[in-house]
Each structure stands twice: as C-alpha cells, then as structure tokens.
Design a protein around this ligand. Structure first.
Ligand code: 13P
Ligand code: 13P
Ligand code: MG
Ligand code: MG
Length: 381
C-alpha cells in the first residue's frame, strides 16, 4: 500500500495587536520556533501564517489525522505564543485556549482544525484557506459552487473523473448529527440544508466515484456542546485541486463574487467575505470586514512547496471593491437585521439580560385593547 501524507491545519487566536485585528510577528515567530524543533521527528514540513488575529499552523507529516503528538505540538506552540501575548499584554491573550492543559486532541479545547490524509498524487496542488471574523458556514456556498455547480466549475461537465459528482458531509450543529448527501442527484436536498447557516455546515467533500477526499473545513466549535451554539470560530479549510478535482482557478472562482457571512464585529453581524493576500489580512473597519486568504502549495513527498498567495492577484481587485461596497451598504443598517445576526447566531450578546430585565413590563395585547377602550370612554364622558 502506498504511504499516506497528512496535511494538518490547526489554528487559534491567542491575542491581538490591537484589539482583535492582528496576530503580531512575535507570536508567529514563537510558533515557528516550536514547529522547527519538531522537524524530522514529527513533521515533514510546516508553514506558519496569520489571518487577522488568528494564527494558522500548516503542517505535513505521516501520523494521520487526530494524532495526539501533532495536536500536542500545535497546543504547545499556541501555549508558548500565549505566554508572549500575555507579556505584551495583547488583547484577548489565550482567547482560543479554552481548556487547562492538553488532553490528547485540540478538538473541543478551542483551536480549530482541518486535516486530511491521502496518497500524494504525482502532482498534488492543495489550497489552504484561512479566515478571520467569520465561522465555518462561510464555506457552505463556496463548497457547493466548487463541487456541485456546473455553471461555476466547468470540470463537472468536461472532466470524466468528476462527472460522477461529489458527496457532502453536512453537520447538524444543534443535533450533533451528520448526514451525507450526493450531488448531482441530491443537490436540491443539499441546498435545502446548507442554505440555512443557522443550522448546517458543510464539513467534508469527497469525490463520489472513489471516495477520494476533496475538501474539509474546520467545524469544531459548531457542535462543541449539543443544543447550544458555542460560537463563531474563524475557520480554516483545505481543498485539493486539478487532475480529477476542480482546477485551482475553479476553486478560487467561488470567491470572485463576495457573499455575506456571519461574524464581523463582536461575531454579531452579517458581512461580505473579502478575498485578500497575506499582506492585507489585517481587518480593521468595524473589526472587519470578514476576510479569506488562499495559499496554494504543491506537495512534494510531503514538502510544502510554496505558498503562492493566490488572492493577492489583481484579478480579485473587483471582488475586493465589491465587498467594500457591500460593507458600506449593510453597515448602514446599524443594529437592525439583516445586518445584525439572528439571536441564535450572535457570539456576544446582552439581549438575554435585556429580555430578563424587561420581561415583567410586557403587557398582554388584549389587556392593552381593553385599557384603551376604557380610556376612550373616559374621554367621551
Ligand atoms: P470587550 O471590549 O468587552 O472585550 O468586548 C468587545 C469585543 O471585542 C468582543 O469581542
Ligand atoms: P475574533 O473572533 O477574531 O477574535 O473577533 C472577535 C470580535 O468580537 C471582533 O469584533
Ligand atoms: Mg480575537
Ligand atoms: Mg479572529
């Protein structure tokens, strides 16, 4: 059997300079130092980057997904970066390290993670997406376009390896349940679910003809506690491209027309997802607007050749301008829906307390009517 390579992308926000805007170089250097020490022993290769206040550790190895040593290494990097963040009094130092001490897997402990294991193809192009100020449902629409919409991905029509379609693993965030739906046959059922970002998130996509893994998004926090929405987690995702998968340009095309995603200020607003290069992944206006980076790598025996900073290309300038125009438009709504998220999706909210304080002041509308009538009669007399 051919040996498999694992690509692990593990991310966390351990502090921002300033507020929630940027993970500074000091934190990235600390993470790099920790990962460098693990080269040969655990890792084949790594690349450390940031999107806004989130640090993304992109790692290759042969230990498979959910490996305790790899997750422990990422945890150690984030812990050491947290120490630096505390020293610098960065904002929200240690924000995503929710648990005390590592217990074997970062899932459920705060960091987000997207991992896939596969036999490296003769040429293996992969795209790592890193986001800030949004949550994993940001990938629902792009994944549908990339893997199920022939108006979007020409290869679904022209490439024999893809005409059999793709399978989508969809997570029910409230039920702690998952369902797999196959396109094109079940496209409408799939859309019926994943168009609802309050409830469903696409977790993984497989090529139907051979169950080859095609894409994965981090979705840890979405079902951390059954029945309770525990919130936004600025997500990461991995997509494999070319040779029987959508072409790199077909994958990227899904971000050429910006869509609205949940997140932005206080994790409480809809905002446009703006594609940016690494240098522009520093959200500031209203802590945003939400951002996505796309780093293209070629794997060579697990070595990460690259990255090519794919959204830095000028062909995404119009998408950026459009996202900024959408930002102006939706910002004008202030605290009103549809800029404001529905209550169930708000990350930080004082609304439950406001409702508690006001609950005894609500009057039954029938009573109000009677009261008004009595008042009218009083006026006539
Ligand atoms: P604080 O300023 O109270 O931390 O809250 C605002 C915020 O930034 C929420 O993330
Ligand atoms: P992060 O989730 O990126 O830390 O942002 C939180 C926030 O409240 C921004 O306004
Ligand atoms: Mg933050
Ligand atoms: Mg963030």
């Amino acid at each position: 059997m051919e040996e498999k390579i694992t690509l692990s992308v593990i991310k966390a926000d351990v502090g921002g300079l300033c507020g929630h805007t940027l993970a500074p170089d000091e934190l990235l250097d600390t993470c790099e130092y920790v990962l460098e020490e693990a080269i040969d022993e655990l890792l084949i290769d790594y690349y450390v980057t940031r999107c806004g206040d989130d640090i993304d550790l992109i790692m290759t190895h042969k230990l498979g997904t959910d490996n305790e040593n790899i997750h422990g290494l990422a945890w150690k990097a984030f812990e050491e970066a947290t120490e630096v963040a505390k020293e610098l009094k960065l904002y929200g130092a240690g924000q995503d390290l929710l648990a005390e001490g590592f217990t074997g897997n970062v899932k459920g402990m705060g960091p987000g993670c997207a991992e896939m294991e596969f036999v490296e193809r003769p040429s293996e192009p992969v795209i790592v997406f890193c986001c800030d100020k949004t949550d994993p449902t940001a990938f629902n629409m792009p994944f549908y376009k990339i893997f199920a919409d022939p108006f979007h991905t020409a290869g679904l029509v022209y490439d024999n390896s893809m005409t059999g379609g793709f399978k989508f693993d969809v997570l029910d965030m409230y039920g702690n349940k998952q369902i797999t739906l196959k396109t094109p046959e079940e496209s409408y059922s799939l859309l019926a679910l994943i168009g609802n970002l309050e409830k469903y998130a696409v977790k993984r996509v497989f090529r139907a003809k051979d169950n080859e893994i095609a894409a994965i998004a981090s979705s840890e926090k979405l079902n951390l506690m059954a029945g309770k929405y525990v919130g936004k987690d600025d997500p990461v995702a991995i997509v494999r491209a070319q040779s029987g998968m959508p072409a790199v340009g077909e994958v990227l095309e899904a971000f050429a027309t910006p869509h609205l995603v949940p997140g932005w200020m206080r994790g409480c607003h809809w905002g446009p997802l703006m594609p940016v290069g690494e240098d522009d992944a520093r959200p500031s206006r209203f802590d945003g607007p939400p951002r996505i980076m796309a780093l293209g790598f070629q794997l060579s025996e697990g070595r990460l050749v690259g990255p090519n900073d794919l959204f830095a290309d000028i062909s995404f300038n119009n998408a950026r301008q459009k996202a900024l125009d959408m930002a102006d438009m939706i910002r004008s709504m202030g605290p009103f829906q549809p800029h404001r998220l529905p209550e169930s999706m708000m990350e930080y909210s004082s609304i439950p307390q406001i409702m508690e304080a006001l609950k005894d002041r609500f009057v039954d509308t029938e009573k109000v009517k009677k009261l008004e009538k009595t008042r009218e009669r009083g006026d006539m007399e």
